[in-house]
Ligand binder design. Structure first.
Ligand SMILES: Cc1ncc(COP(=O)(O)O)c(C=O)c1O
Length: 476
């Protein structure tokens, strides 16, 4: 149960000084920056605070409205006013238009009776306090955007399901059937339940494939630059990792070696550069796999989030015999949910399930039931539609920056730079914005000078502030 901070040390001085609302605004802002108020703390209602301070309610509403507009506070439908989970990086703008209406980000953050955990705080930078820092992290979705009612419905359903006698190594049959249905309607994959294996996510699916198909020393291709997590999973399976060049559109099929056992790719939204692999390259890729005997692993980690572009056919649907498709709820919902899926030939699915049985590996059944409930009720797809709009707004806020790429899908964009990226990262940090140098996605020497800006976990107000802070650092 959240109690509001009615005991806040606030004072108003009627005898002199600035107007009462300004005094209150300044004191509340100070309380946040000095840590007296923490992310998620509930503020007293305007009525209660007005009574305590013996001021008119308009004084308090004006102060709250200003702090909302600056991003220090957020509102949750029907449950009051809270300290925002990320505090703004920039000094407040004196002329910011006060608006008591919180943006959708804030409104959706209503989570039962307890506030969400504050967003991960960045490590303190040399310059300035960590609490004022906006971290544009990549790969993390906005878990606070999950509608609490939908979440409760799903887990209530899961709680009513009696546990099975023993874990099914394929995953719950009803979930496999529903996932097949989902993949058919959302991705155009011609699959039946026999093609589907329930996993704990992309990393888990990839690790199962590697355990079944890759022998120590086998040469396995990964995108360069690419997803470090996938590289590491394959390396731990004993594979010899081969970096395969990626350009603005994705992997370059003509340059692929002929001796790869497996190739891991992200054709819908290349991670991290954001290319969408064109159809002719997709055809060239599957032809390459057929001629060399390699297996292609298609990671469709964030394919749900597409903006202003039509979907391209999944690689899997172009040649299901040479492609294994990996999907996950990690970006749609949250990585802590820990459920994903894989589509492959029924033979491979049986082999993977058998291997899983041998090592007693399983996907927790309650989470499978919860996913099933979200799929059958339509809640999951409604959630994705809502999030697409929300992420679209954040992306639009970043589009004010020049030289962006990879912006047609996903939860991040790439900003190409003329000056050294490391220097830009430092300059951005000095202005209160945390970014990733694209370097870390390279296995070999980096060939691109760029930074990655993730907006999945950062509320719209903060994304706007970050964009405003970065703009002066870029050439006009
Ligand atoms: C390209 C890519 N694939 C997959 C994942 C994670 O998927 P999962 O949580 O299902 O393992 C990430 C997470 O950042 C990612 O960037």
């Amino acid at each position: 149960m959240t109690t509001s901070r009615a005991d806040l040390p606030l004072l108003v001085d009627r005898s002199a000084g600035p107007p009462l609302a300004l005094q209150l605004t300044a004191q509340l802002r100070d309380a946040v920056t000095t840590g007296v108020l923490l992310a998620g703390d509930k503020l007293p209602s305007t009525r209660d605070l007005a009574t305590t301070l013996e001021v008119s309610r308009t004084v308090v509403t004006t102060a709250y409205a200003q702090l909302f507009a600056e991003g220090w506070l957020e509102g949750r439908h029907g449950s009051g006013t809270y300290v925002a989970d990320v505090v703004p990086a920039l000094p407040r703008l004196p002329d910011a238009a006060p608006s008591p209406a919180p943006d959708l980000s804030s409104a959706l953050a209503a989570f039962s009776t307890s506030p969400p955990a504050p967003a991960a705080r960045p490590a303190a930078r040399d310059s300035g306090s960590a609490s004022n820092f906006i971290e544009l992290v990549t790969g993390v979705p906005w878990a606070a955007g999950i509608d609490p009612a939908m979440w409760r419905r799903a887990w209530r359903h899961a709680g009513t399901q009696a546990p099975s006698f023993f874990p099914d190594p394929f995953g719950l049959p009803e979930l496999r059937a529903e996932l097949a249905h989902y993949l058919r309607r959302s991705r155009g994959l011609a699959v039946t339940p026999e093609h589907v294996l329930v996993t704990r996510g992309v990393a888990n699916g990839l690790s199962a494939i590697a355990a079944a198909l890759v022998q120590p020393g086998d040469r396995v291709g990964v995108e360069e630059p690419g997803y470090e997590g996938a590289r590491e999973v394959l390396r731990r399976a004993g594979a010899q990792i081969v970096a395969c060049r990626v350009d603005g559109a994705g992997v370059v099929p003509e340059e692929l070696p002929g001796d790869l056992k497996l190739l891991y790719v992200t054709p819908a939204h290349q991670y991290p550069l954001g290319g969408r692999l064109p159809v002719h390259r997709r055809q060239a890729l599957t032809a390459w796999a057929r001629s060399t005997g390699a297996v292609i692993v298609e990671d469709d980690y964030d394919g749900e989030f597409r903006y202003d572009v039509a979907p391209l056919p999944a690689l899997y649907s172009m040649d299901p015999e040479v492609v294994v498709y990996l999907g996950t709820a990690s970006k749609m919902l949250t990585p802590v949910f820990g459920v994903g899926w894989l589509a492959a030939s029924p033979d491979l699915v049986r082999l993977l399930a058998e291997r899983r049985r041998e090592v007693s590996e399983r996907v927790p059944e309650p989470a499978q039931h919860a996913l099933l409930a979200m799929l059958t009720s339509g809640d999951l797809e409604r959630h994705v539609r809502r999030m697409r709009l929300e992420y679209g707004r954040r992306r639009a806020a970043l589009m004010t920056l020049p030289e962006l790429r990879g912006d047609s899908a996903g939860l991040h964009v790439v900003l190409e730079l003329r000056r050294p990226a490391a220097e830009f990262v430092d300059a951005a940090a000095e202005r209160g914005v945390g970014l990733s140098d694209v370097d870390r996605f390279f296995l070999g020497p980096p060939t691109l000078n760029a930074v990655v800006l993730g907006y999945g976990a950062t509320p719209l107000t903060q994304v706007r502030r970050a964009a405003a802070a970065l703009l002066p650092l870029l050439p006009t």
